[in-house]
Design a protein around this ligand. Structure first.
Ligand code: PFF
Length: 453
């Protein structure tokens, strides 16, 4: 059995956790949600959810992980021996495995689009909607892409915590932030940028309703990667001098800024082409943006091509660092529970996810008629049970575990690195108030609403 690793540096810790948080959720899902939920007003509510619920939950995951230095199942088992809390760890592993499978499908689309951008197809295709439908519905190419992205994540995980996750996060995250900065700059030069800014920054409070609230909270959860085993596992590799609250704050700030930048990249483009409404849904980045790149290409070919390549590279990198954080918890669990070596455990996860991911991918084409509960396809079903059922349950249980079950002294000791860090008292008071009351009750409200209405 391999000796348990830790991250080697504080910057590595922040970048790895930020890599988990920043993903398709920021650049693909966030703009879609903003578009469908009224623009600026959604962004304000989203930020409130992130600060009041997301950040305390992320800190709580770090506490459980760093305190035990174990995979999610053993972490709960050692903090609450002989109780049912171990189920929380099992759920965390299960949901990471399921999310990795269907997340790879969309990550695979970004790989396909990156290749098409490089070969010049994205900037010259005549009908981007038809291309998207044709590609996602076909049988083989999407499967090849699913396998491609999973093998990339496999490569990183097989190299372990410092040599894989930390090393690649330290390289990929700065690259990702640089690409975003260039793309935002380019987007502001577009004719639709004024209208986009108004849409994203000028709130229309009449648009607030229950749905907007619930979507904002769901998005905050997904985007911050909380409520399952991913950040807990990363927390288990944190060194004893890592500052948990500070790390959570940094990750939350990076994640939120990237999401807002994602909007700043996409909406000026959407308002410039005028052919699609901002609430066009998930097709925004795969259908609308190609038209924008084509427009740019028609004016200055090099600019259109470079922007297309950079954009899909950005999406792929963001997806990849999140996939890595889903791959690791399952792998660590297999290594530590079954004694498999890292290469074998990683392979088990990669292969099973290629199989499950293929089912999800085929559910857009040949398996579109295979339906589950409420007529859902494989893809919808995986998304539903993980993001809508298990993640909220995980969030509630996590807040109860850290807020009520663990001794308060133990939590404070973990937050202050054994009383070596000083924080103002109000910070602890607010942390405990948010984790004990606000987080569980708010999540319970969304959960019940989503299930019943
Ligand atoms: N936070 C990722 C995103 O925004 O795309 C998705 C994700 C990654 C969710 C890891 C959950 C997770 F454990």
């Amino acid at each position: 059995m391999e000796k348990r690793a830790t991250f080697g540096s504080k910057i590595g810790i922040v970048l790895a956790a930020a890599g988990s948080a920043v993903g398709l959720g920021n650049i693909w899902r966030f703009p879609t949600e903003v578009g469908e939920n009224g623009g600026a007003v959604f962004i304000i509510i989203y930020i409130l959810c992130v600060v009041l619920i997301g950040m305390p939950l992320m800190t709580a995951e770090f506490i459980v992980g760093r305190k035990t230095h174990k995979n999610p199942v053993d972490a709960y088992r050692s903090l609450a021996p002989g109780t049912g809390w171990v189920m929380q760890g099992i759920l965390g592993i299960f949901v990471a495995w399921i999310i990795l499978s269907y997340y790879s499908v969309v990550a695979g689309w970004t790989l396909q689009y990156l290749i098409s951008a490089v070969t010049g197809k994205v900037t010259t295709m005549s009908d981007s909607a038809a291309y998207f439908t044709h590609f996602t519905q076909s049988a083989w190419m999407p499967l090849v892409m699913v396998a491609g992205v999973l093998l990339m994540s496999h490569w990183v995980i097989v190299h372990g915590v410092q040599g894989g996750i930390e090393r690649y996060s330290k390289f990929l995250m700065p690259l990702l932030l640089l690409i975003i900065a260039v793309l935002v700059g380019g987007s502001f030069a577009m004719p639709g940028s004024d209208e986009a800014l108004r849409f994203m920054l000028k709130p229309d409070f009449s648009k607030i309703n229950g749905d907007v609230l619930l979507s904002a909270m769901g998005q905050a959860f997904f985007s911050l990667s909380v409520g399952m085993g991913a950040l807990l596992t990363y927390g288990s590799y944190f060194t004893d001098d890592a500052k948990l609250m500070t790390t959570a704050r940094k990750v939350v700030v990076i994640d939120t800024l990237v999401a807002i930048m994602g909007g700043f990249i996409i909406f000026p483009a959407v308002f410039s082409v005028q052919t699609v409404a901002p609430d066009a849904g998930p097709g925004l980045v795969f259908i609308t943006l190609p038209s924008v790149f084509q427009m740019a290409f028609a004016n200055v070919p090099m600019v259109g091509w470079v922007f297309a390549v950079m954009f899909y590279l950005l999406l792929l990198l963001a997806a990849l660092t999140s996939m890595i954080s889903l791959h690791e918890p399952v792998t660590a669990f297999l290594i530590e529970r079954t004694g498999l070596s890292r290469p074998v455990a990683t392979t088990v996860v990669t292969v099973t996810c290629i199989l499950l991911g293929s089912l999800c991918s085929l559910s857009f084409g040949p398996l579109a008629d295979v339906r589950f509960l409420f007529g859902m396809t494989f893809f919808d079903f995986f998304d539903f049970i993980s993001a809508k059922i298990i993640m909220p349950i995980g969030g509630i249980l996590l807040s109860i575990f850290v807020g009520w079950y663990l001794p308060k002294d133990m939590v404070i000791k973990e937050l202050t690195n054994n009383h070596t860090l000083r924080f103002p008292r109000w910070l602890f008071v607010s942390f405990f108030f948010l984790i004990r009351w606000v987080a569980p009750l708010a999540i319970l409200a969304i959960f019940i609403d989503e299930l019943l209405f």
